[in-house]
Write a protein that binds this ligand. Sequence first.
Ligand SMILES: [Fe+2]
Ligand SMILES: [Fe+2]
Length: 213
Amino acid sequence: MITELERQANKDKFIAYCREFIGGREGLERLLTYMDESGFYTAPSSTNFHLNVEGGLCKHSLNVFETARDIYTNILEPKRVAGETSFTQPINIESIAISTLFHDLCKMQMYQKAEKWKKDEAGRWVSYPGYEVKDDFPFGHGEKSCFIIERFMRLKKSELLAIRWHMCMFDVPEQGSAGRFSLRAAMEAEPLVSLVQMADLLSANCLEVTTKY
Ligand SMILES: [Fe+2]
Ligand SMILES: [Fe+2]
């Protein structure tokens, strides 16, 4: 559970990161207002998996940003400076912040509070407060996040690719090979794509807990 006090602290931190690292990008404040009105700071991060509690989505987004920033600062950037990376240009912190803090905006308004049922130890049905998925704009996971952000703020090519493909192989269409080829090409074109994928995976699986009801 994330307390109301923690939710407020997470919200303050999220907005402070945005203004510090993305403040120069036109449209940021309008996007932040839209997110506030759309329940970003109270939404869970999932229904049954990581941070499936009120305020989970904001906390997850902070985790992904901080993880990506730390991986870049401590691992990738020193190697790049030493000439030991496959890419030569630095990845700027603004792009890292945008493609992590906003990567899951598709989840805003997607999880509705619902009465769920389970059996207790005695085998009796009992209800508990959970979430269910109600996606009123099923446009794709990363695609929808890109679309929402772009309505307020222009994204660079690397940011679009990183947000679109942040789920890596977990979001490749089962039919056809076009998705696999595009994912591969995006990862080869922009190191930001792999950075966001890894930060998301590490956050969801190693830093965040699932609440069992
Ligand atoms: Fe995601
Ligand atoms: Fe995520």
